[in-house]
Design a protein around this ligand. Structure first.
Ligand code: ADP
Length: 251
């Protein structure tokens, strides 16, 4: 057997192993998510006093358990998305989406987190004339979640996160950007920032929880939408992430 034939076979084998690994991740993550969701709703019932009054101490511990559970749910969701984003055999479900509305729905999810750190989220967007995009709504939702979550997570308390949505008429792209004045990304770390599982030392120091999966998945998702992602950052001063996605013609 010649060398090329051998390489082809090995490649096929690797693809099969990868598909099995991908299925395994997906099955485990779905099962974990089901259990974590059940825990979430039980804890929620305690917090809403559906199961009777709580002492302040019990209330505090239930809240702690709820927050840890939420962290785990987020991680499992990220794992699921990353598994999809990385696997081109899983097809995205492209539909026409109003990007401004998707941003509003995403922002609601972060209002508590921002409030806790006294971070003000400012949004700039055109009043009208923002074309729709053709995308997998759940996936672009994840892109927005990852960038906004990071901006809040790596920001200092009492600061601002500025989000912008605009239409580049020359290229007919929708541009989405998220700016923070947080810890920034050191020049040595910039080239590794989209690598799977990479976390920069200043990020690890600031935030113990993190997976290094978010930006990897985000880049995969954006590129599968024929879009682009890039950033500017200064160590200790802040970061701006930009995403551009092809827009549909204005109707
Ligand atoms: P994580 O779960 O660690 O936040 P991500 O994949 O979302 O993982 O991001 C990868 C790394 O990129 C982070 O650990 C951090 O080092 C860096 N990073 C991402 N967003 C920011 C930001 N807004 N400011 C500073 N560093 C960032």
């Amino acid at each position: 057997m010649d060398e090329i034939e051998q390489l082809k076979r090995e490649n096929e084998e690797l693809k099969k192993v990868n598909a099995v690994k991908s299925d395994l991740i997906s099955i485990s993550a779905h099962q974990l998510r089901t259990s974590l969701s059940a825990i979430k709703w039980t804890l929620r019932m305690f917090m809403d006093r559906d199961l009777g009054e709580l002492t302040p101490e019990q209330d505090e511990f239930i809240k702690k358990a709820f927050n840890s559970n939420e962290q785990m749910l987020k991680l499992v969701n990220k794992l699921l998305v990353m598994n999809h984003a990385d696997d081109t055999s899983i097809l995205f479900n492209f539909k026409e989406v109003e990007i401004s509305e998707l941003l509003d729905n995403t922002l609601v999810e972060f209002s508590d987190e921002a409030k806790k750190k006294f971070i003000k989220i400012l949004v700039t967007r055109p009043e009208s004339d923002l074309p729709n995009i053709s995308c997998d709504k759940e996936m672009i939702h994840v892109v927005m979640q990852n960038l906004i979550e990071n901006a809040i997570k790596y920001s200092h308390p009492n600061s601002r996160v500025a989000i912008e949505l605009k239409h580049n008429k020359e290229t007919n792209d929708i541009e989405f950007s998220v700016h923070d004045s947080g810890i920034g990304i050191g020049s040595k770390d910039k080239e590794k920032i989209f690598n799977k599982l990479f976390r920069a030392p200043n990020a690890v120091e600031k935030e113990k929880t993190g997976s290094g999966l978010g930006l990897f998945a985000t880049k995969n998702i954006v590129e599968r939408h024929k879009g682009k992602i890039w950033f500017e950052s200064e160590d200790g001063k802040g970061t701006t992430f930009h995403v551009s996605l092809p827009a549909l013609p204005l109707s």
